[in-house]
Write a new protein. Structure first.
Length: 670
């Protein structure tokens, strides 16, 4: 595979990092012990990279919408990635990762060979980044809630326009070529990694060794002697980071006592492994951090002496690629994920806090350290932020300030949360203020009776939302091109106010997002089972067999079985000429996708739908579900009902209206 570092590689890096963090999230959460052991490092890193990936996708979408003949430049892509991470950063680890990405972008976007783009690309970057920013802002607004149940959002405004332009202004010289780092220019990537480590150290008020900072520095140092291309440099960085990670228990006493490596550093190793894979096409050896007492009996990694005593974090994710995995679902449903009463039972995960790279030598909050975590975005000048640093450093600890060019992400642990927010107001304009009280407990809240069980489902259309609501589910609307973020799903789980929640993502691409949301909800004391439904028609099948009076695990197994027994299809209109599993399609063709793959290419909706139905029913079926989008007439529905009745005996058909934003046509066969 070519080692050319271009915008496509950045896009692939974000995607691979998100997938890898999705797989490692629970593992990383479980080893988070410093300085506050609330077990959210993996989740926070996932959410930060999720925001970065969405920003990069927005740049590509902007180019596609403008009919540009070329992909975005490297400069555009890395600036968008860094900006997306900045506005979506969660917790200490996420904030520091955002600064690492910003440091890399400063080098890669400014280099003439790297296609910095400068004034040539600023306008396109501003437009695309504004789209990503608006999405992230909406997500945060949906989930911005203080621990005590009080909304503390100050001056919430969509960080669009100016922020997007700011993201586009980070670059340097106008690109001299197509915006890619040459195959032999590993030196530029090495320089970017060194600048990333420097920027991260600069962002932390009181750096501590044995943290993600140490791991980032070691990754950069290992690249000094490399004379190969970008892939060789990325591999060296990964190896250096892995070696440094293994040494962290000997550098930080609290890690040594717990017998674990630094959680933030573990996440960075995962991100660097994804970078190597994006450049080389080869995956790195898995770096597993497992509990020494795990049921598998696997040997712990060399850096993990023993497992931390963390009975409050029981893995409880229902995962896998197939909803038919009922056995795993049953086992998961039976696992009661008891929340840590002292630290996380009522922590609103819009402000996730975890430990690394902070000047606090304490394993967890015990009433002696600062009681609150305060995070906010801030529009301010560099001079104002310099003064703010000094003031916040006097108020508390764990101070991390990242960003630049007028937009900053502020993170600090304090006893006086109000003073920290007021300091930000004096410095500039804060956005999305999030406050977490480390020691919130259920006794401190007004008692509100919870329902026993609720269903939370993602639906692509107002009509489907109404249908799900009639069946008793709470819904989150997914608009075209705007999938809900983890924060929106967590907020929906909170609003359901139930002890037990079944989560239906209804989209294969939302698997990791839903898993992250489920983990956050479990930290709030909610028992959550994730049924990985891939289509809204599978969700309908699951709802049809839901019985709230059954035991939770039995209900989850029944719903999972019904969803897994439902084959699904979707009709869509091709936007451009493309290769598919069924051949070459042209713009305007009607595509019939069965189980996610294009199986039929047709000219008309009714004809294509008939062909899809015949193929699906050839394997048998008793019930056909049709969900019509606004563009499909009732006449088409009558034609399809008649076709099923005449061509497939003893098969019933039910028809629903999906409403606005729904797919052209959804088909389910049970």
């Amino acid at each position: 595979m070519s080692q050319t570092f271009d915008a496509v590689v950045v896009r692939s890096w974000c995607s691979l990092a998100l997938e890898a963090l999705g797989r490692a999230r629970e593992e990383i959460d479980s080893i988070n012990v410093y300085p506050v052991a609330d077990g959210d490092t993996g989740t926070n890193l996932y959410l930060t990279v999720e925001s970065a990936a969405q920003a990069v996708e927005a740049v590509f979408t902007g180019h596609e919408a403008s009919a540009a003949l070329s992909a975005p430049s490297l400069g555009e892509a890395v600036r968008a990635m860094a900006h997306g991470a900045l506005i979506g950063a969660r917790g200490n680890s996420g904030t520091i990762l955002a600064q690492l990405l910003r440091g890399m972008a400063q080098v890669l976007a400014a280099d003439p060979v790297g296609g910095g783009g400068g004034t040539e690309t600023a306008e396109a970057t501003a437009t695309a980044t504004a789209t990503a920013t608006a999405t992230a802002t909406a997500e945060e607004a949906a989930g911005a809630e203080a621990v005590a149940g009080v909304d503390v959002t100050v001056g919430v405004a969509a960080v669009v326009g100016a922020d997007g332009a700011r993201a586009g202004a980070d670059g340097g010289a106008v690109g001299a070529d197509d915006g890619a780092v040459g195959a032999d220019d590993g030196a530029l990537l090495a320089r970017a990694l060194r600048r990333a480590a420097e920027a991260a150290y600069e962002a932390v008020a009181h750096p501590m060794e044995g943290t993600v900072l140490t791991v980032a520095s070691a990754a950069a140092e290992r690249t000094h002697a490399v004379r190969g291309g970008c892939a060789a440099v990325a591999r060296a960085a990964y190896d250096g980071a892995s070696t440094a990670l293994a040494a962290t228990p000997g550098q930080l006493a609290v890690l040594g006592r717990a017998g674990v490596v630094d959680a933030g550093g573990r996440g960075l190793v995962t991100v660097l492994g994804a970078l190597y894979e994006a450049l080389s096409g080869e995956s790195v050896d898995a770096v597993a951090v497992r509990s020494a007492g795990a049921a598998t009996g696997a040997r712990p990694a060399p850096w993990q002496v023993r497992a931390p005593a963390r009975n409050d974090r029981v893995a409880n994710a229902v995962g896998g690629d197939s909803v038919a995995n009922t056995a795993n679902t049953a086992n998961t449903a039976n696992t009661a994920n008891t929340a840590n009463t002292a630290n996380t039972a009522n922590t609103a995960n819009t402000a996730d806090t975890e430990g690394d790279a902070c000047g606090v030598d304490a394993a967890e909050w015990n009433g002696q350290g600062p009681a609150y975590e305060v995070i906010y975005l801030l529009e301010a000048s560099e001079d104002a932020v310099t003064r703010l640093r000094r003031r916040l450093d006097g108020l508390g600890d764990s101070l991390v300030v990242v960003g630049g060019d007028g937009l900053w992400n502020i993170h600090v642990h304090v006893d006086d949360a109000g003073a920290a927010v007021e300091a930000g107001i004096e410095a500039g304009r804060p956005h999305r203020v999030r406050i977490t009280h480390f020691a919130s407990t259920t006794e401190e809240r007004s008692p509100v009776e919870r329902t026993q069980r609720a269903i939370v489902a993602v639906v692509p259309g107002a009509g489907l939302a109404e249908l799900y609501a009639q069946a008793g589910a709470s819904t989150v609307l997914a608009r075209p091109g705007e999938p809900p973020g983890s924060g929106e799903l967590v907020d929906a789980v909170r609003r359901a106010h139930a002890r037990e929640v079944v989560l239906l993502p209804n989209d294969a691409d939302l698997r990791h997002t839903a898993a992250a949301a489920a983990e956050q909800a479990r930290a709030l004391g909610v028992r959550v089972a994730l049924i990985p439904t891939r289509s809204a028609v599978q969700g309908i099948a699951a709802l049809a067999v839901h019985e709230g009076e059954r035991r939770f695990d039995e209900d989850v197994v029944a719903m999972t079985s019904a969803a897994g027994a439902t084959r699904y299809a979707e009709l869509a209109v091709a936007e451009r000429q493309s290769w598919t599993m069924a051949g070459i399609c042209q713009a305007g063709d009607v595509l019939g996708l069965i189980d996610g793959d294009v199986a039929v290419i047709g000219a008309a909706v009714a004809d294509t739908a008939r062909t899809v139905l015949d193929r699906m029913l050839a394997a048998g079926g008793e019930m056909v579900t049709l969900v019509l989008g606004d563009a499909v007439s009732d006449e088409v529905a009558r034609l399809l009902e008649s076709h099923v009745r005449e061509a497939h005996l003893a098969v019933d058909t039910v028809v629903y209206r999906g409403g606005r934003h729904a797919a052209l046509l959804l088909i389910g066969v049970e």
